[in-house]
Design a protein around this ligand. Structure first.
Ligand SMILES: NC(=O)c1ccc[n+]([C@@H]2O[C@H](COP(=O)([O-])OP(=O)(O)OC[C@H]3O[C@@H](n4cnc5c(N)ncnc54)[C@H](O)[C@@H]3O)[C@@H](O)[C@H]2O)c1
Length: 458
């Protein structure tokens, strides 16, 4: 099939009405005198052009977003840990403080929400925020179940003419993502057949932590648990360094989905960006046996994806925890790449990590005559800073690279793979209805059960 030289990348534009307002104002003013004040008023950082942001989950990963949001109006801060909340409030003076994100979202001056809470509340915060018309940036993984992924994506699609969304897979801003996409689309590996992504992180745990006493008075553990079933408090869930603490809790089913949701979100993004995939038609998985408390470490998941306009049907796979795809050549050691992707086609393979790539033509027919590198002017343009892309989109054309349609489809596939792992067989999936068509018990595992009083759609 022919490879179009299309780009999926989007670049934020300044909103048209602001530019029109400025020109109209400047045109009606007297010569010179008032033009400078008007420029300031309508400049990029003018008070009138700042976004009112609520930061939910202010420490850890939340800290990584300060640089982008400090240029805006941070009007609300929310954290279940009052110490973290107070530290953030010392920086964002004037922002209202909340410990419960449900109350935070009721604050009337919010326009946009950044969610950096634990994984099991992402879909909740994102969906409730969209229900209130807010723009949303949500840390990965966007969802912890197939149902959560579908609810959030459907809500975004319903509101996409009004809101901008971004899943926090910020490595997407690396220009290597564009180069990989160009190589695959332009046929550098011939006709695409199979795509694999992998991650080598291994965090084995025997089960939930034992009771560890009462939480400290400044920590609202029950709110941290939120919609998930109750578990006893243990300080070890919260003993990690800033930005790494998710590795203390994300392997437990009620809080996360292990490396599938964690590095799977980032690394499958490297593959997803280059294949224009929708939902798979089948899923199968193998690895560590299913454990009712902790997600598998060693795992491989395989999906069938139908053909699209520029490529045939392909297989997409995820490997983790020491399980790896076969290397395209004996002298290429994929184990040296902690997190990477492999694109295999009729004429060769492309090996990629987040920042670099290696093309491996194969066989006598792989003389590269079938591939014409792009001219510099035809390269996919850089997207710029990832968080800023979302902020600009909120103020402008609403277009982002990893919106909840793109990221929601990616994570729905990954969550479906975990369902296949749980039932221990290959399953067929109808992406239109979100149902497994040949294994009734699998349909029970498409969703999580929430504690009474918690709803995904509030
Ligand atoms: N994009 C990336 O590269 C990247 C890197 C690290 C973490 N993350 C993601 O960011 C999220 C947070 O990870 P972390 O390591 O910072 O975790 P963390 O446990 O340190 O939590 C971050 C902050 O959120 C607060 N919080 C947790 N649940 C909350 C809730 N329900 N309401 C309000 N505040 C809440 C915590 O008290 C803490 O201050 C995770 O989902 C993780 O997957 C993304």
């Amino acid at each position: 099939m022919k490879s179009p030289r299309s780009t999926r990348s989007s670049r934020p534009r300044r909103s048209a009405w602001r530019r029109r307002d400025f020109l109209a104002s400047a045109g009606t003013l007297g010569a010179g005198v008032l033009i400078l004040p008007r420029l300031r008023l309508f400049g990029a950082n003018a008070p009138s052009n700042k976004l009112n942001i609520a930061l939910i989950g202010v420490w850890g990963r939340g800290l990584a977003h300060y640089k982008s949001i400090e240029k805006e109006n941070v009007v609300a801060l929310c954290d279940v840990n009052e110490r973290h909340l107070d530290e953030a409030a010392a920086k964002f003076k004037g922002a209202k403080k909340h410990v419960d994100w449900r109350k935070c979202l009721e604050q009337k001056d919010i326009q946009a929400v950044m969610c950096c809470t634990a994984d099991h509340t992402h879909a909740f915060v994102a969906n409730w925020a969209m229900n209130r018309g807010y723009h949303v940036y949500c840390e990965k993984p966007l969802a912890n179940s197939v149902e959560e992924a579908r609810v959030v994506r459907a809500n975004y699609l319903k509101n996409k003419s009004k809101i901008a969304t971004q899943v926090g897979t910020q490595r997407h801003q690396y220009e290597n993502f564009n180069r990989v996409r160009e190589l695959v689309l332009d046929g550098a590996v011939g006709e695409l057949q199979q795509v694999s992504a992998w991650g080598n992180r291994q965090l084995r745990r025997p089960g939930y932590l034992p009771p560890g006493g009462d939480p400290p008075p400044y920590f609202h553990f029950d709110l941290w648990l939120g919609p998930s079933p109750a578990h006893p408090y243990n300080a070890d869930y919260f003993s990690g360094a800033a930005g790494m603490n998710c590795l203390q809790w994300n392997m437990y089913w009620d809080f996360g989905t292990g490396q599938v949701g964690d590095m799977g979100s980032h690394t499958m993004d490297l593959a997803w960006n280059a294949i224009d995939a929708g939902l798979p038609t089948t899923a199968m998985a193998a690895g560590d046996p299913y454990h009712p408390e902790v997600s598998p470490v060693a795992l491989e998941m395989h999906f069938d994806h139908p053909a699209n306009a520029w490529r045939p049907a392909i297989k997409v796979s995820w490997y983790q925890g020491g399980v790896m795809p076969a290397s395209p050549a004996p002298w290429v050691d994929l184990n040296k790449i902690g997190h990477g992707a492999l694109f295999e086609g009729s004429k060769g393979a492309l090996v990629a990590e987040f920042n670099a790539r290696l093309l491996v033509p194969s066989g006598n027919a792989a003389d590269m005559t079938y591939y014409k590198p792009r001219r510099k002017e035809a390269l996919i343009p850089p997207m710029g800073e990832f968080q800023d892309q979302w902020i600009n989109a909120c103020k402008g054309d609403l277009k982002t690279s990893c919106n909840f349609d793109y990221g929601g489809t990616l994570i729905e596939q990954m969550m479906l793979g975990l369902v296949a792992h749980r039932v221990g067989k290959k399953i067929s999936y109808d992406g239109a209805t979100g149902r497994v068509t040949d294994c009734p018990e699998a349909n029970e595992f498409l969703r999580r059960t929430y504690r009474p009083g918690w709803t995904l759609d509030g």
